[in-house]
Design a binder for this molecule. Structure first.
Ligand SMILES: NC(=O)c1ccc[n+]([C@@H]2O[C@H](COP(=O)([O-])OP(=O)(O)OC[C@H]3O[C@@H](n4cnc5c(N)ncnc54)[C@H](OP(=O)(O)O)[C@@H]3O)[C@@H](O)[C@H]2O)c1
Length: 338
């Protein structure tokens, strides 16, 4: 355990905030680009300069899409936990460990934490919330659910006056891309998947996406945000898209429908019912019109009625936009001493 600064009060007298990035892959580099390229406009909006102070990687010499000054890179996480100039740690590593351990270490070291890592967050949310409680620091994870779409913030702030009873969404861009192309080009699953991997829309091991694990992680986080109930992703009924053939897509089209991988949760008198599965939706409905790698979420609210959100669910800059949005939100609270 490291000594904690009282960041909330100390911040009032400071005009800069230090960030550490854990990871400099797709999302880490996208986050760095957003901070660097929009440095001036962010400074004008937030009244504070945001600097990247350190970047944790595995390999200091790896070739990288985005270049950062060599002195920022480190392979030693202690350099970050012990650095008093780092106020906010952005966890962009992926995987359960060491990502969860590092988030907890960062919180216990007095840092606020932002994460895009839905797998670690969904699996270990109770332990992470314990660390938040213990440390008095903030954990935000907008980027973990639907990339650039600000769904977590909308639930938390704009819809705070509502009871939300239902969530349904297309929360995995890879499967939506595959299903869209299968429908539009009458191409079979295997050839579209191979093409998606070549174009970078699907990973070499696509099972996390096509078997619905990624969508279940995001649904678990949405359920917590919207219903205030934690359901471990392993407890969510899950079916992927691997068994879908062109015949299924054609049959749905004859009924005026499209097949989408739908993450759905309802908070009823019997408790929360949650599932991830391929479902038919009307082709001209909100979810039916969400095509390609885009994501979409519908929230059923008691006062506001249905709310529809759509946008890019992945990619370095869209996801970096959400990471930096969380950083700015924490910076604003720090500035105002909340
Ligand atoms: N890709 C997207 O569009 C997207 C969208 C939303 C959320 N996310 C989430 O964001 C997270 C990051 O995804 P990504 O696509 O950016 O992954 P990625 O491209 O594989 O990058 C991972 C980065 O973490 C570093 N790293 C991994 N393990 C490490 C360790 N033990 N110690 C130090 N460094 C380590 C790697 O270092 P090296 O570079 O040295 O190997 C690399 O820079 C994941 O949780 C993912 O689910 C991704």
């Amino acid at each position: 355990m490291y000594p904690r600064m009282n960041l909330w009060t100390d911040m009032k007298n400071r005009d800069e905030i230090g960030i550490a990035l854990l990871g400099f892959g797709n999302v880490g580099s996208g986050t760095y680009e957003v901070i660097e390229e929009n440095f001036t406009s962010i400074k004008e909006k937030v009244g504070v300069k945001i600097y990247v102070k350190k970047i944790l990687v595995r390999d200091l010499n790896a070739g990288r899409r985005v270049k950062a000054p060599a002195e920022l890179l480190t392979c030693n996480p202690e350099d970050i936990f012990k650095d008093p100039s780092v106020d906010i740690v952005a966890e962009l590593l992926g995987g359960l460990e060491p990502a969860t351990e590092y988030m907890i270490r960062a919180l216990d070291s007095g840092k606020h934490v932002v994460s895009a890592n839905k797998a670690a967050l969904a699996a270990n949310l109770p332990q992470l919330l314990d660390a938040v409680e213990r440390s008095g620091r903030v954990l935000r994870y907008e980027a973990a659910v639907c990339g650039a779409i600000p769904v977590m913030d909308v639930i938390d702030r704009a819809l705070a006056a509502n009871k939300i009873s239902g969530i349904s969404g297309i929360v995995n861009g890879t499967t939506n891309y595959i299903l869209t192309r299968m429908g539009e080009e009458a191409a079979d699953y295997a050839s579209v998947l191979a093409d998606a991997q070549r174009l970078g829309f699907a990973e070499a091991d696509p099972s996390g996406d096509v078997e619905g694990f990624d969508a279940a992680n995001k649904l678990s986080l949405l359920i917590w945000q919207a219903f205030g109930k934690y359901i471990h992703p392993d407890k969510i009924a899950r079916k992927g898209i691997t068994e879908l053939g062109l015949a299924d897509i054609d049959a749905a089209a004859l009924r005026g429908n499209k097949i989408k991988l739908i993450a759905q949760a309802d908070d009823g008198p019997e408790g929360v019912e949650a599932s991830v599965a391929p479902r038919e939706v009307p082709a001209d409905s909100f979810l039916g019109r969400c095509a390609g790698e885009y994501n979409a979420v519908q929230l059923d609210c008691d006062m506001a009625g249905p709310i529809f959100l759509m946008g890019k669910g992945a990619g370095p800059r869209p996801t970096g936009s959400a990471v930096v949005g969380d950083i700015i939100s924490i910076a604003r609270d720090m500035r105002s001493g909340v």
